[in-house]
Design a protein around this ligand. Structure first.
Ligand code: AKG
Length: 267
């Protein structure tokens, strides 16, 4: 089903106060995707994917019954049963790519400008230390990500983690290299609710497609250099990629104040 409101909106950095209305629409699931204009030159992207490609053999490959992910940097929801392992790996991006790796910092700062934030910083946990600032994901030929949603408040309930106490969770993705074809993000105007658990795939990463039956969706093909935000508490999936690797950098962020001016980010 198509809904005109469930679409992708492009935002320039010129009017942060107007952009804040779009941010609220994203949070409240009225807009599907916010694309932030004005980011990377082709040369910058080329050097980024060369730098990442050179370290590909150091990436982690995680297999699930219905797909696999190749990543640099840990993903918190995967480590909730062993938080010390997540926090040990939190600095992996810098260990692999060097302390001068600054893509995450740069993107956070642009988000800050686009939305008039007072600050957006990597999350820090009093008990455990710094969270991972981002992950880099490589989808090789024919890799897909099943239908899922991300909700640290739900998954990390009772963990005591700072990020599990945030009111909202948004996801930022930077497309560093697009695949030759496929690799679209399919994003649904349907947020997770407890009754959906009957559709959860046992031992898998996602949910049965019936959970989004009848809901509007958008199919978005990320292009090299795109920086986009979604509300990951809505169901989404990545369709199979073909040809060149689909390489993205991503992190979540949420707000620590009711005015939505102060944010913390993690992956
Ligand atoms: O790579 C994408 O397009 C979306 C990745 C994703 O699953 C997320 O941001 O939660």
């Amino acid at each position: 089903m198509f809904s005109p409101a469930w679409s992708c909106l492009s935002l320039s950095a010129e009017n942060p106060e107007a952009n804040r209305k779009a941010l609220q629409d994203l949070i409240e699931s009225r807009t599907a995707i916010l694309k932030l204009e004005g980011f990377f030159s082709p040369n910058r992207l080329k050097s980024l994917h060369e730098r990442i490609g050179a370290k590909k053999s150091l990436a982690q490959v995680t297999g699930y019954v219905n797909g696999s992910l190749t990543t640099f940097g840990p993903y918190l929801a995967k480590h909730l049963a062993d938080l010390s392992r997540y926090f040990e790996q939190a600095g992996e991006i810098y260990r692999i790519f060097g302390e001068d790796f600054e893509l995450d910092r740069e993107v956070r700062s642009k988000i800050g400008h686009h939305f008039g934030l007072e600050k957006i910083e990597p999350a820090f946990d009093i008990q455990h230390g710094p969270y991972a600032p981002c992950t880099i994901r490589i989808h090789g030929n024919r890799v897909a990500n099943p239908l899922h949603n991300d909700n640290i408040k739900r998954d990390g309930a009772n963990s005591g983690l700072t990020v599990a106490g945030l009111t909202h969770q948004l996801s930022c993705v930077v497309c560093i290299q697009e695949c030759t074809s496929g690799g679209e993000l399919k994003h649904y105007q349907k947020q997770w609710e407890p009754a959906d658990e009957r559709y959860k795939i046992p031992a898998g990463l996602g949910y049965e497609p019936q959970v989004v039956d009848g809901y509007p969706s958008i199919t978005f093909r990320p292009r090299e250099g795109d920086v986009y935000l979604i509300n990951p508490m809505n169901y989404h999936e990545i369709l199979p990629t073909y040809g060149k690797d689909r390489i993205t950098m991503g992190f979540f962020f949420g707000f620590t104040d009711p005015e939505l001016r102060q944010a913390i980010a993690w992956s």
